[in-house]
Design a protein around this ligand. Structure first.
Ligand code: GDP
Length: 459
């Protein structure tokens, strides 16, 4: 994928389908030449960068294709760092295809998924964490995921890594210098300072690693299994929650989900309410426990179980059995005692007084549901402060950071044991290597191909 650098690539940058306008993007050494051949009214190669031009697109002697707006970006001041031309045409799929076909005939080739961003990365416009954040921003569907992605596009995460890296490099340079003077037993590198540095680095790395839990929630949402016996009020609660909180979502490329889910947005976090239709069947009497076990099998993958029951009909002992079951499975759970709007609710509540914490609600009348929602948020979303608001959302970063952390432990151990400078330098180099893996300063083609293939075409 990294080959064919000399190619000029073309793709539709806007979603396929009908729209007010469609944008076709060209990037590469021949971008200006190609557009010039298709734009008879003006010599675009002589125009300044960052200018726009209106006119008709026309291929050789054939009829006009469309009236378009051309934006010019000369290298290196463009998204990819190459010459880039954006053609805004009318948003008909047919017109868009005509424009792309004309570019192809003039020598461009179709861009692969993520190829524009990959070129930006290879030209040093972005590091790998920033490029990955671009994909995250495109996929973002809540305030939190948008904010995190934007923060990282602006280099929030890169900046922390850069700082870590610079500190380590500075120190390892001093250690290597010592090695050159090894006969004389001098210490250029102040060990006490280095200790502090490693401690700081460890704290930073630890915070980043901790932020991944939140990051994961921000990126993937929280899955919630609403379970309970028939008529407990599951559908009613689902509807009440959806009425106020239905999330605006875009389908994320490459994710297929095998369960039916309803999505709600609570304080900027996406909650996936798993439809437990299949689990509703076994429930009553003696089969209850077996049914429960089965439900649990399916529920294990959920981040939290929301168990709803009718306070009037639910025996207190049965609730305790259910709770014991959740605990045994190691599940996070919330209990919602429903139908508290009905007469006799006070007596019903007392029945559960000795038991575990219950949120008493009326799903139908939207009473107590807000508190339940807050509880849903606070039990699943870890909101402790993060390193300068940088939150790790990417499993690849998480794994590499774990290795950074391990190598920091090695360095510290080396310092404690006063190991020789050359061994210490080696440990530092390991640590640097893992940091560089995250930013893409060292990378292999497979990793890059994998990362960029997850982008959409045109990005
Ligand atoms: P599901 O089988 O668990 O999905 O239960 P439903 O949501 O279908 O509710 C069963 C019945 O209980 C329906 O007739 C609902 O209208 C009723 N119901 C649900 N929530 C409440 C509530 O808070 N108060 C009262 N009085 N009835 C409720």
């Amino acid at each position: 994928m990294l080959s064919n650098w000399d190619d000029t690539i073309v793709a539709l940058a806007t979603p396929p389908g009908v729209g007010a306008i469609g944008i076709v993007r060209l990037s590469g050494p021949a971008a200006f030449e190609i557009i010039n051949e298709l734009f008879p009214s003006k010599d675009l190669s002589k125009q300044a960068s960052h200018t726009i031009h209106v006119g008709f697109l026309k291929e050789d002697k054939s009829e006009d294709i469309d009236e378009v707006v051309i934006s010019l970006y000369k290298n290196p001041r463009s998204y990819t760092g190459e010459d880039v031309v954006e053609i805004s045409c009318h948003g008909s799929p047919y017109v868009q295809q005509q424009v792309i076909q004309a570019c192809l005939r003039k020598g461009a080739r179709l861009a692969k998924a993520g190829e524009f961003t990959q070129r930006a990365f290879l030209n040093g416009k972005l590091d790998l964490t920033q490029a990955e954040a671009v994909a995250d921003l495109i996929a973002s569907n809540t305030a939190a995921s948008q904010r995190t992605a934007l923060h990282n596009i602006r280099g929030g995460f890169s900046e922390i890594l850069k700082q870590l890296r610079e500190n380590l490099i500075q120190f390892s340079a001093l250690i290597e210098l010592e090695l050159d003077f090894s006969q004389e037993d001098v210490e250029f590198a102040d060990r006490k300072k280095f200790y502090e540095l490693i401690n700081d680095a460890t704290v930073t790395t630890q915070q980043l690693l901790l932020s991944f839990q939140l990051g994961n929630v921000i990126k993937n949402g929280v899955s919630v299994a609403i379970i309970g016996k028939p008529n407990a009020g599951k559908s009613t609660l689902l509807n009440t929650l959806l009425n106020e909180n239905r999330a605006i979502v875009s389908e994320i490329a490459g994710t297929t989900r095998d369960t039916i889910e309803e999505l709600i947005n609570i304080d900027g976090i996406l909650f996936r309410l798993i439809d437990t239709a299949g689990i509703r069947e076994h429930s009553v009497d003696t089969i209850e426990l077996i049914g429960m076990e089965k439900s649990m099998e399916k529920m294990k993958s959920a981040d939290v179980v929301l168990y709803i029951f009718d306070v009037h009909t639910m025996p207190a002992e049965e609730l305790q059995i259910a709770v014991a079951n959740f605990k045994k499975q190691g599940l996070k759970y919330l209990l919602a005692g429903n139908k508290t709007d009905q007469a006799g609710e006070a007596a019903a509540k007392i029945k559960f007084a000795a038991g575990p914490g219950i949120y008493f609600i009326s799903a139908k009348n939207n009473i107590g549901v807000d508190k339940l929602k807050d509880a849903l948020f606070s039990t699943t979303v870890n909101t402790q402060p993060q390193t300068e608001n940088t939150i790790i959302t990417n499993a690849r970063h998480y794994e590499a950071l774990q290795k950074v952390q391990e190598s920091l432990v090695d360095i510290k151990k080396g310092l404690d044991e006063k190991i020789s400078g050359d061994l210490l330098a080696l440990d530092i180099r390991h640590c640097l290597h893992y940091i560089s893996e995250i930013t893409g300063d060292v990378s292999n083609e497979d990793v890059l191909d994998y990362i960029f293939s997850k982008f959409c075409i045109g990005k």
